[in-house]
Design a protein around this ligand. Structure first.
Ligand SMILES: Nc1nc2c(c(=O)[nH]1)N[C@H]1C(S)=C(S)[C@@H](COP(=O)(O)O)O[C@H]1N2
Ligand SMILES: [Mo]
Length: 235
């Protein structure tokens, strides 16, 4: 019965989606795992996503995990290949000490793990193990100004999204560098993907390169600007 209600909700959601001028994922990208998917070669800095099936873990503390390969890539411009040597994570906006961190500097923070579902509005979901750092611990280092209430994220492909600062602090939101115990591949968001638990997939920004503390709760990211809910709660 619950499943049925969920299905109806999905039908309803997709109905809304197709009324939008710009339809999410209308440029159909193939699923990762589909053999006909062209494999990028030149810029590849990470192991091929298919090989990850051999090294990823599929069970964690009694939970069966979905494969990384089951998580679809339907991003606005396709996979991004970030050069990690020149990569910097910029933290900016309403803070006392703006900083640019290298990949290793970000990862020098305490690591945490969570098994969490990601749900996309287009109807697929996956439950995997996420590992990364706590954003609130990163924020402790930069002294957030009291008027900040919103966090805006920017990615290498021009994608943006935002979330309330309180949500990020109270829910212990992770910035992940690993899925199922392996480094996130370029197709999934290397070097970092936001684990926006309890929020729809379009809040899970990948290839994150800038985080801005803001006082604009009405900021609208890429899909939010195109009519998707800014709260994006998973019902
Ligand atoms: N930079 C960037 N992040 C993005 C997107 C995108 O197009 N660009 N798509 C979002 C959407 S709509 C979904 S459902 C999730 C999918 O994340 P996954 O590849 O880890 O499953 O990524 C989100 N993050
Ligand atoms: Mo999505």
């Amino acid at each position: 019965m619950k499943y049925f209600v969920f299905l109806i909700l999905l039908l309803f959601l997709s109905g809304c989606v197709f009324q939008e001028k710009e339809v999410m994922h209308e440029n159909k990208t193939q699923e990762v795992g589909n053999e006909s998917l062209p494999k990028p070669i030149e810029k590849q800095t990470q192991p091929d996503v298919y090989d990850l099936r051999k090294v990823e873990i599929r069970e964690y503390e009694g939970n069966k995990l979905d494969s990384i390969v089951d998580v679809r890539d339907l991003s606005i411009k396709g996979p991004q290949y970030v050069d990690i040597d020149s990569y910097k994570l910029k933290i900016t906006g309403l803070i006392e000490n703006p900083i640019n961190l290298t990949y290793n500097e970000v990862l020098s923070n305490q690591k945490y793990r969570k098994v969490i579902w990601i749900h996309c509005v287009t109807g697929w979901s996956a439950e995997v193990l996420w590992e990364g750092i706590l954003l609130k611990e990163l924020f402790d280092e930069v002294n957030v100004k009291p008027e900040a209430n919103t966090v805006i994220f920017y990615a290498v492909d021009g994608y943006t999204t935002s979330l309330p600062l309180d949500y990020i602090i109270e829910k212990d939101i992770l910035l992940a560098d690993k899925i199922n115990n392996v480094t996130i591949p370029p197709e999934r968001g290397y070097p970092f993907e936001l684990v926006a638990e309890d929020k729809l997939g379009y809040k899970w920004i990948k290839w994150v390169e800038k985080i801005e503390l803001s006082d604009d709760p009405d900021y609208r990211g890429y899909w939010e600007k195109r009519g998707y809910s800014n709260t994006a709660d998973v019902e």
